[in-house]
Ligand binder design. Structure first.
Ligand SMILES: Nc1nc2c(ncn2[C@@H]2O[C@H](COP(=O)(O)OP(=O)(O)OP(=O)(O)O)[C@@H](O)[C@H]2O)c(=O)[nH]1
Ligand SMILES: [Mg+2]
Length: 331
């Protein structure tokens, strides 16, 4: 399946959540975009309409947040009144949230240029540290990133820094073995910071392009665990001054708005430079990308739409909105 089709099917629950009440307009027979698959008519409706209040309510249900939902509806409505089709008016309003001027300004303040990102599929610097709460998908995401970058000709090294759980370090080591990516592992219960120091030195010794450091999942509200994370970051900088240049936070879309709070806490502790949103396929709350982009002022780098290796994709706002609005044509 092509990546866009994967994204589109990954977003189907969010599409139903937002556009479930949409009705096709015009003569052409077809599905409304939120229609349940199954009773498929000849082809997809080119355009559809929806009650504005229903849309606002549905956007909130998809975890877009009340303020942004109201803004989206206001903007889309204005555009609709100018004669733009409902679908296109909504597309514009959503895109404005995800890459409009306000967001650009916000990202520029953290030294990030959206237009550069669009082409950039690699992190800045040589060390990328991956953080997040328990079970969000950090370790499997690192495996997918490793596969992605080694597929692009980069020499990658993993640091299996989750020494907290008995099998934590081993999980990434197994991936490393499968992918042919050297993995620095430690005993369970050993110090992650010491392991990361060792891995940073080995990355330099090997002359590899990139070290990706896994960390144990932790609650953003646990002070001592967040302090430990700060230490890991500091110690990497001792082995490789200036690194890690990137700290990416993995957020599980299923947790919706709670992810915003996680992001604030992790950002305060270790200075997050990018966000990966996983499990978009498992939830109707895929609207969470809007407040992540608009309210956090942190760039979204990749999105996860499934458990397969190809299901981690570089984030592209325009593709996300198109995949959200357009149901696949019925076969
Ligand atoms: N459906 C779906 N599942 C995903 C996605 N990304 C990760 N997962 C699954 O989420 C589960 C947890 O993944 P892990 O990578 O172990 O999560 P983690 O954050 O490393 O967990 P801890 O180390 O325990 O904190 C696994 O079963 C993954 O396959 C995604 O985009 N979609
Ligand atoms: Mg893990």
């Amino acid at each position: 399946m092509a990546w866009f089709d994967r994204l589109r099917s990954g977003l189907s629950k969010t599409r139903s959540a937002i556009l479930g009440e949409a009705t096709p307009v015009g003569d052409a027979p077809g599905d409304a975009p939120g229609a349940a698959p199954g009773a498929a008519p000849a082809r997809r409706a080119r355009d559809w309409e929806m009650d504005w209040d229903d849309l606002e309510f549905a956007l909130i249900g998809a975890d877009v947040g009340a303020r942004i939902a109201a803004e989206v509806v206001r903007e889309a409505r204005k555009e609709r009144e100018r004669g733009t089709s409902f679908r296109d008016a909504l597309e514009q309003a959503l895109l404005d949230q995800l890459e409009g001027d306000r967001l650009r300004q916000k990202l520029r303040r953290v030294g990030f240029d959206l237009d550069v990102t669009r082409k950039m599929v690699e992190p800045a610097g040589k060390v990328l540290m991956v953080v997040g709460v328990n079970g969000v998908g950090k370790t499997t995401t690192i495996a997918k990133l490793g596969r992605y970058w080694s597929g692009h000709g980069k020499q990658v090294v993993f640091c299996a820094g989750d020494t907290f759980r008995a099998a934590g370090s081993e999980q990434l080591a197994v991936w490393g073995e499968r992918l042919g990516i050297p993995t620095v592992t430690g005993e369970s219960g050993s110090d992650t910071a010491a392991l990361a120091f060792d891995a940073a030195q080995r990355r330099i010794a090997r002359g590899a392009d990139l070290l990706i450091v896994d960390t144990a999942g932790r609650l953003h509200t646990k002070h001592n665990l967040m302090e430990e994370l700060k230490k890991v970051k500091r110690v990497i900088g001792k082995a490789d001054p200036g690194e890690p240049k990137e700290v990416w936070l993995v957020l599980d879309a299923v947790t919706g708005q709670n992810g915003l709070e996680q992001a604030k806490r992790f950002n305060e502790a270790v200075g997050v430079t990018g966000v990966i949103v996983t499990k978009l396929d498992g939830t109707g709350k895929g609207g969470i990308l809007l407040p992540i982009a608009r309210e956090l002022g942190l760039p979204i780098r990749f999105v996860g739409v499934g458990e397969q290796a190809d299901d981690l994709q570089p984030y592209d706002a325009a593709a996300y909105v198109r995949a959200l609005l357009d149901a696949p044509a019925a076969a």
